[in-house]
Design a protein around this ligand. Structure first.
Ligand code: NAP
Length: 349
């Protein structure tokens, strides 16, 4: 079995930033970027992470609004560029930013395997990591950057209509013909909910943004956008009780339940988009690394990326339920690579 100096698991901003730093430190990183499967598409765990599921990114320093078309054409390999949506000229999009990060990591020699890591043995050293296709690699150090995925409420009706009108990703599914010129529902009150609702107004006749309280959690600028958008109707103090529909037609509406009063109302809609927070992708680490009660990786040293296992580092949303920003993820990816490099050097690897 080949033993790698650094294996990076995950391909969001944390994973690629770690790869860029590790490659430049001549650690020849190997990245498992995730598998391209239907299961991962539905779960929201495809390669390139959550940012690949968003629209414009206005808060990543260094990318002000502007026409980046020529730059993107020159920076990204043609095969990947051809698979990307056209540039919007409003600045960088999430998928564009992610392709740029991936390309930058490749430019410095990062090797990439398009598969999931499904099992790890961190109780022996070198560590062992096994992929979904059954490949096992050894690693002197590991950086976990598997991020987090969108939550669902867990209603049976929600499960029944997944892929037929229920989604947790407007950018992935919003343009489907079934949603065009129809009313749509977004559940949630954070930045994601506002972003999803705003995006869906491009296709929907009306978007109901249903929130369980009477105030959005979203940042002021985002909340203002929702309130000022004439196609978005805010439905306060309600939550989703049931998705309505039929086998033939898919979703036809929702039944909402009051959170202050026990009232119930139905709304006609062709789609329901959940935007109610995230769960870290740590199932493959159970019993191997210390996790919080919400299954985030515990960082064991202040201002460092060390985990409960020496030689294993964590970066990005998988260890962060507080900031959860692309730029903080990228920063922690850089930190994890530096921590891994120093840890290896101390052991003369
Ligand atoms: P979030 O801020 O945690 O918001 C989740 C929302 O879902 C909250 O409004 C919450 O209600 C609601 N919710 C949770 N569980 C629910 C349930 N069981 N039933 C009904 N509603 C429920 O998550 P997020 O919006 O995904 O944002 C995550 C992070 O990413 C944040 O730091 C955010 O700033 C960032 N983000 C930024 C941007 C941007 O800047 N463009 C875009 C997207 C995300 P309560 O308010 O009552 O708790």
């Amino acid at each position: 079995m080949e033993v790698e100096k650094v294996v990076i698991v995950g391909s969001g901003p944390a994973g690629w930033s770690a790869a860029i730093y590790a490659a430049r430190a001549e650690l020849q990183p190997l990245v498992f970027e995730g598998a391209i499967t239907d299961e991962n598409r539905i779960a929201g765990t495809l390669p390139l992470g959550q940012l690949n599921l968003t629209t414009e990114v206005e808060n990543y320093a260094g990318f002000p609004a502007g026409n980046l078309e020529g730059y993107l054409d020159s920076a990204i390999t043609t095969s990947h560029r051809l698979n990307m949506a056209p540039h919007s000229k409003h600045g960088i999009s999430g998928p564009e930013l992610m392709e740029l990060m991936r390309q930058q990591a490749r430019n410095f020699g990062t090797r990439i395997i398009t598969d999931d890591i499904v099992r790890v043995d961190l109780k022996r050293h070198p560590f062992q990591l096994t992929s979904a296709r059954g490949e096992t690699v050894g690693a002197l150090s590991v950086i976990v950057a598997t991020g987090a995925r969108a939550n669902y409420l867990g209603l049976p009706s929600e499960e029944a209509f997944k892929n037929r009108g229920v989604s947790a990703c407007a950018v992935c599914d919003g343009a489907l013909p079934r949603f065009r010129h129809k009313p749509l529902i977004v559940i949630g009150g954070g930045d994601s909910a506002v972003e999803e609702a705003t995006y869906l107004t491009k296709y929907a006749s009306r978007v109901y943004l249903v929130h369980r309280r009477d105030k959005l959690r979203a940042s002021k600028i985002m909340a203002q956008r929702a309130e000022e958008n004439s196609k978005i109707e805010l439905v306060w103090n309600h939550t989703l009780a049931e998705v309505l529909g039929s086998d033939e037609q898919g979703v036809s509406g929702v039944r909402l339940q009051g959170t202050l009063k026990p009232d119930s109302k139905t709304l006609e809609a062709a789609g329901v988009f959940l935007a109610i927070g995230h769960t870290p992708n740590t199932a493959f680490l159970q019993g191997q690394l210390e996790l919080t009660n919400k299954n985030y990786i515990v960082l064991t040293r202040p201002n460092r990326t060390n985990t409960s296992v020496p030689g294993v580092f964590a970066a990005g949303d998988v260890a962060d339920d507080y900031y959860r920003q692309a730029i903080t993820s990228a920063g922690s990816g850089c930190m994890a690579a530096l921590d891994a490099e120093r840890w290896l050097a101390e052991r003369e690897h």
